[in-house]
Design a protein around this ligand. Structure first.
Ligand code: EPZ
Length: 421
């Protein structure tokens, strides 16, 4: 196994290019199951999760070619409907083949995804949406077994205890594309990735209105054609590099991104003293002066994204004063707290809030990456810490950050991989 070594203390400078959004790309790739023809997806990031989705689609009888930043997917006559445990267990997002399989083949057997280190991750809303459209679902031997003789449009309220659900909205929308009549999804997730998926489905011939709002309307159609689509830039990668500049007191240009997808993050970071401005050729990030503590609460879009919570906490560990970071999407997503404290941070948990007392300086330490965004927080903390930080279980980062050490090193960082002892 490999670990990532970060030698801290460099102020980042230079330009970084943002990749396509993983969380857009995965459901979009799954949506190609609905098409009768070849689809071309561009701006695809080179990530372990994308490779897993390629394998899953091949298992389902799709022909997939993945070269550079383009994936070409074509249906074959050998359609299958079983998404096996060994693939779903490595990537929870595999569950987003459920909606397209029911929509197109009217049959699906998808391994039940289960929880993960960021806490329980139920799928009741996925099942609610698909059942409302007429699918019959049961859980057997760890699989969701689904059948649908007929799919009919329905009005479906998709809100749970923690608000809307990104992939439940995606699954319901994808199955509804072939349902008879009109489907209305109330409390639909508004995340840009859901909008991107809807835009792709529309290019394929689907009739969808209201994407990006809490009320999405889908009018069933008989077939979808192939389509070509370029995935939106990764807003979480953008946010992560923004914090990399801020935490190192650097000055960087971020290219190929969309700030309109990051309003809450920009608002909070600006309050903390980070300057984020459009300049020719990109977005310039640097500090305005010293940083101030902020209180942040994660919420569904357009609120502050849970996927930026750990990185924001890393920034606050060295910001004088007290910051309160409250997690309202995954109340247990705090595994990074103990690792940051190993580096000298002063954070304690009160329920689903982290109270961060800023310290003068973090010091490098061996730490454990526990999930994708927690791993990113370790890299950020390591960039600003004294000395060397060894981050084990680097495979988490490879799931969601394209070429992280190459991109960071272009900005002057000193990051490399070593074999774990
Ligand atoms: C997506 O997961 C993202 N994954 C996650 O990104 C992200 O953290 C999350 O949305 C929230 O923004 C992909 O897009 C592949 P949810 P998803 O359903 O769709 C509860 C990353 O690091 N809920 O929107 O699975 C749930 O427990 C990752 O890239 C139910 O109660 O998340 C949570 O509290 C990790 N019942 C809230 O809704 C359900 O049936 C939002 O989860 C489904 C979800």
């Amino acid at each position: 196994m490999e670990k990532l070594v970060v030698e801290g203390g460099v102020r980042l400078r230079g330009t970084v290019e943002i990749s396509g959004a993983k969380n857009s790309c995965l459901p979009i790739m799954a949506a190609t199951i609905l098409a009768d023809e070849r689809c071309v997806i561009k701006n695809v990031p080179s990530l372990a999760d994308i490779t897993t989705m390629v394998r899953l689609l091949k298992t389902l009888g799709m022909r997939v070619e993945y070269e550079g930043d383009t994936v070409v997917i074509e249906p074959t006559k050998e359609r299958k409907f079983i998404a096996p445990y060994k693939l779903v267990s490595t990537m929870r997002a595999s569950v987003c083949v459920l909606g397209p399989l029911i929509g197109k083949i009217r049959q699906a057997e998808v391994s039940f995804p289960g929880g993960c280190v960021i806490g329980p991750r139920p799928i009741d809303l996925h099942l609610k949406g698909l059942t409302a459209l007429g699918a019959e679902l049961k859980i057997q031997r760890g699989y969701i077994i689904a059948k649908a003789k007929r799919l009919r449009g329905a009005t479906i309220y998709l809100g749970g205890h923690f608000g809307s659900s990104v992939l439940a909205t995606a699954n319901t929308m994808m199955a509804a594309v072939f349902a008879e009549g009109k489907t209305i999804i109330e409390n639909a997730a508004c995340e840009p990735e859901v909008q991107d998926l809807a835009d792709f489905l529309i290019k394929m011939g689907a009739s969808i209105k209201g994407q990006g709002t809490p009320r999405v309307e889908v009018l069933g159609v008989k077939k979808l054609t192939g389509a070509e689509h370029s995935v939106i830039p990764d807003r979480i990668e953008t946010g992560t590099y923004t914090i990399a500049a801020a935490i190192t007191d650097g000055d960087i240009i971020i290219k190929g991104t969309r700030l309109d997808h990051l309003t809450a993050v920009i608002d909070n970071l600006t309050e903390a003293g980070v300057s984020i401005t459009h300049v020719k050729g990109g977005v310039r990030v640097r500090r305005r002066g010293g940083l101030s503590p902020i209180d942040v609460t994660t919420l569904p879009y357009p609120g502050f994204p849970t996927d930026m919570q750990a990185q924001t906490m890393a920034l606050m560990t060295m910001t004088k004063g007290i910051s309160v970071i409250t997690e309202k999407i995954y109340p247990e997503r705090f595994i990074h707290v103990s690792e940051l404290n190993r580096m000298g941070a002063e954070i304690h948990l009160e329920g689903s809030s982290a109270i961060v007392r800023g310290v003068k300086q973090l010091s490098g330490a061996p730490v454990m990456a526990s999930d994708l965004r927690a791993s990113a927080a370790m890299v950020l903390a390591g960039l600003a810490a004294d000395g060397r930080t060894d981050i084990s279980r680097v495979y988490h980062l490879d799931r969601g950050y394209e070429q992280i050490e190459e991109k960071m090193n272009t900005l002057g960082a000193r990051i490399w991989r070593e074999k774990e002892d």
